[in-house]
Ligand binder design. Structure first.
Ligand SMILES: Nc1ncnc2c1ncn2[C@@H]1O[C@H](COP(=O)(O)OP(=O)(O)OP(=O)(O)O)[C@@H](O)[C@H]1O
Ligand SMILES: O=P(O)(O)OC[C@H]1O[C@H](OP(=O)(O)OP(=O)(O)O)[C@H](O)[C@@H]1O
Ligand SMILES: O=C(O)c1cccnc1
Length: 482
């Protein structure tokens, strides 16, 4: 849902820190935070960024009401009245950059960057991560399912199994971005302009004296949209013969039945048999829809068995991302203002992969002009002028001896300004445009990075300046420690 006021949709520790900054008079210190993830979900080679639309609405509506303030006063006796006056004045006044929704994104690159007073930048962490982690995860899952069925119809059926209403609504939007064609959820359809599609439930058949009667009644009621669920009693002996009779009746009144739906049993065997029987009855235009706990693996496997399925209804395993249910995106302090300039900050970890990439950065997609394909992503400091360089050195940040020089490229900056000084400057594209943007992104990548199983690791490299800054800070902190 869209809530007007989500200012308390944050972890209490954020407000504790805001209070402590205010108490020490450091709340106006500027800083740069970046949201990114370290590990791709589902063993996929890429993720599909989603969640920006909700971030925009959240930031635009950030206000502390008197009710919110009264609640905070109840929750923490240390908070002083002066802090509440500060919250009454609270507006997001910083800069926010983000990657466009639908863009293919990779580990360690900044997806959302907040440059603001620490007081503001700290508050928004939780909600930003909440939105992008879930929506990016579902969009990525949807892209995997789309890859398994590139030319078929994909219908999102997940609402009843989703982790409550928000997940159903925003998850559906993400699924649409990642490649689904429609949703069964009418509210999501209405809110976002996603085509809404549906068949009927077993209850419709059970509620009638006979299956045949239920099919005819349905066909009479919705003659232009008849997809009959044929597995309530016996798919091949009862459901399909009754569906064929219904289709013949419809032909006699000048209509065409759209399809049948299979929801249990061996979907490969049943779809092949149903296709044969439908074709023999002269009903080759009747399509076959399948559902029942499907995901990209089952769809691939069914196709390998020669299943004759035109359209896939996918619910539970898409909306809950059942095989990898959380993207563990994080939000880290990259730089802080000291005497009017930004100095890079680092988070050291005993696990080398978890050492953050310090500095006020940006990220470019390096597209080779000769092939039109991307050669990798390049994380540089925000003040590096990568576009005007004729040649860049791209090296693997883990295996630094692996490097290449790239020439003849276009450097496309992935982070775009969304808010400047608290004002929204980004005109959000329509959902259709986002979906098309996602499709055009796919064509930028060599197939080895896109395959669902054991993809090649896409290079996300650091500029020498970023690399040197990181090494310098690691040295500094290890010296301090010893
Ligand atoms: N040919 C097939 N190959 C692999 N998996 C299949 C095939 N056909 C169906 N499945 C999957 O097998 C699982 C079991 O389906 P089945 O309908 O037998 O059990 P069920 O879901 O318990 O049935 P019901 O819906 O009647 O309770 C489902 O996840 C379905 O997607
Ligand atoms: O299997 P999923 O991918 O989660 O897709 C959604 C499921 O929801 C419905 O089943 P349900 O048993 O809830 O209702 P029904 O009587 O309409 O089949 C539908 O028939 C699908 O099987
Ligand atoms: O329209 C359908 O067939 C449908 C919708 C939601 C869940 N399962 C099936």
């Amino acid at each position: 849902m869209q809530y007007d006021n989500m200012s308390l949709h944050t972890d209490k520790y954020q407000v504790n820190m805001m209070y402590a900054y205010w108490k020490h008079g450091t709340e106006n210190r500027k800083c740069v935070f970046e949201a990114f993830f370290r590990k791709l979900p589902f063993g996929n080679g890429f993720a599909v960024f989603a969640g920006l639309e909700r971030i925009i609405s959240y930031i635009n509506n950030l206000r502390f009401t008197e009710e919110d303030i009264a609640y905070l006063a109840e929750q923490e006796e240390n908070y002083e009245p002066g802090f509440f006056d500060e919250l009454r004045k609270f507006r997001f006044s910083g800069n926010l950059k983000a990657v466009r929704e639908g863009t293919l994104v990779f580990p360690n690159e900044p997806l959302v960057q907040v440059e603001a007073r620490i007081f503001e930048a700290q508050l928004v962490e939780t909600a930003i991560l909440n939105f992008i982690n879930f929506q990016t995860l579902v969009a990525t899952k949807a892209a995997r399912i789309r890859q398994a069925a590139p030319n078929d119809v994909l219908m999102e059926f997940g609402t009843r199994r989703a982790q409550e209403a928000d997940a159903a609504i925003w998850g559906t939007r993400a699924a649409y971005i990642g490649g689904f064609d429609s949703t069964s959820n009418l509210l999501a359809g209405k809110m976002f302009g996603i085509p809404s599609k549906g068949t009927h439930a077993h209850a419709w058949v059970q509620a009638h004296g006979t299956e045949a009667e239920s099919f005819i009644n349905y066909a009479k009621a919705l003659p232009d949209n008849v997809i009959l669920l044929v597995d309530t009693y016996d798919t091949l002996k009862s459901g399909l013969p009754n569906a064929i009779k219904t289709a013949k009746y419809m032909e006699s009144v000048g209509k065409r039945m759209k399809g049948i739906r299979l929801d249990s049993g061996d979907l490969a065997f049943l779809s092949i048999e149903c296709r044969r029987m439908l074709d023999e009855a002269g009903l080759n235009y009747v399509q076959i829809v399948a559902s029942n706990d499907l995901d990209e693996n089952k769809i691939c496997y069914l196709k390998a068995q020669g299943a004759k399925i035109d359209s896939w209804g996918v619910g539970t395993r898409l909306i809950t991302c059942a095989d990898d249910p959380a993207l563990t995106g994080i939000y880290k302090l990259a730089a802080k203002e000291e005497r009017g300039v930004y100095v890079p900050t680092i988070k050291i970890s005993s696990n080398p992969e978890k050492v953050t990439i310090p500095g006020y950065k940006t990220v470019y997609r390096i597209i080779k002009k000769d092939t039109g394909k991307t050669g990798g992503d390049y994380i540089a400091m925000a003040d590096e002028d990568v576009r005007s360089l004729g040649r860049i050195k791209m090296f693997d940040p883990v295996h630094t001896w692996l490097y290449k020089y790239v020439t003849g490229f276009e450097a496309v900056e992935l982070l775009e300004p969304i808010f400047i000084d608290g004002e929204q400057v980004f005109d959000p594209p329509s959902l259709k445009e986002i979906k098309n943007h996602h499709k055009s992104q796919l064509s930028l990548f060599w197939p080895e990075y896109l395959r669902s199983l054991n993809p090649e690791v896409y290079p996300v490299d650091l500029s020498e300046k970023v690399w040197n800054t990181r090494m310098e800070l690691i040295k500094q902190y290890t010296k301090q420690r010893n």
